[in-house]
Design a protein around this ligand. Structure first.
Ligand code: TZP
Ligand code: MG
Length: 208
């Protein structure tokens, strides 16, 4: 198992903040103690994704926080990011692993135990599991139950993070699940002060 700290994994959404506030929000989240960052750009062109990734990487490197690129192995490799994250309709984990090499981080989204086992066997270092709660960040048709989350944690010997609608007021439900950490978009990205939001969310998770 790779030595990762997935305690508070900030997944970005540049579309919900004014452009000039996006990079400052990434830096603020780093200061607030996020342990990993995923750049998640769904609407950018390849060129825009690359350019933004370079800028975000310059920040995360200063804080020695791993930067994971969502969906795009090519962008991750091009900027020498620490890893890539793939979903069920993206590049399969085994191919992402082959392209990224053994030392980079490969993460996968899984919603069921069979998907989790498959991703683990194909070489994933961590899993994102959800959505646990309704979310405005992604179109989610079926929520993932806390019981399924627990089963996935038991089924695979890699880091499992919960995701979806999580904030400091509602993560109590994750107590006793055995997860390594939580992923959050809105709770940090939409906060008036992302640094404070990250710090408080991390403290709330660590207090579980
Ligand atoms: N995958 C499952 S839910 C989700 C993703 C990417 C979005 C989570 O965003 P938020 O704003 O923390 O609910
Ligand atoms: Mg994806």
């Amino acid at each position: 198992m790779k030595n990762l700290d997935t305690t508070l994994y900030f997944v970005t959404d540049s579309t919900v903040v004014p452009e000039e506030l996006f990079l400052p929000s990434v830096e603020a989240a780093c200061k607030g103690g996020v342990s990993m960052i995923q750049l998640r750009e769904k609407k950018s062109s390849t060129r825009e994704y690359l350019q933004l990734a370079e800028k975000v990487h310059a920040i995360t490197k200063r804080f020695q926080i791993p930067l994971i690129i969502d969906d795009r192995v090519d962008v991750a490799l091009a900027i020498d990011a620490e890893g890539v994250h793939v979903g069920q309709s993206d590049m399969p984990v085994a191919i992402a692993r082959k392209l990224m090499g053994p030392d980079k981080i490969v993460g996968a989204t899984t919603k069921t135990v069979p998907q989790a086992l498959e991703a683990y066997q194909a070489g994933a270092d961590y899993l994102g599991v959800g959505a646990i709660y309704p979310t405005t960040t992604k179109v989610v048709t079926i929520l993932t139950s806390v019981d399924t989350l627990k089963e996935i944690v038991k089924a695979v010997p890699i880091h499992v993070n919960a995701i979806g609608g999580l904030n400091k007021e509602n993560i109590q439900v994750l107590q006793g699940t055995g997860i390594s950490g939580i992923c959050a978009v809105s709770a940090i990205q939409k906060a008036a002060d992302p640094e404070v939001a990250a710090r408080e969310l991390k403290a709330a998770f660590l207090a579980l």
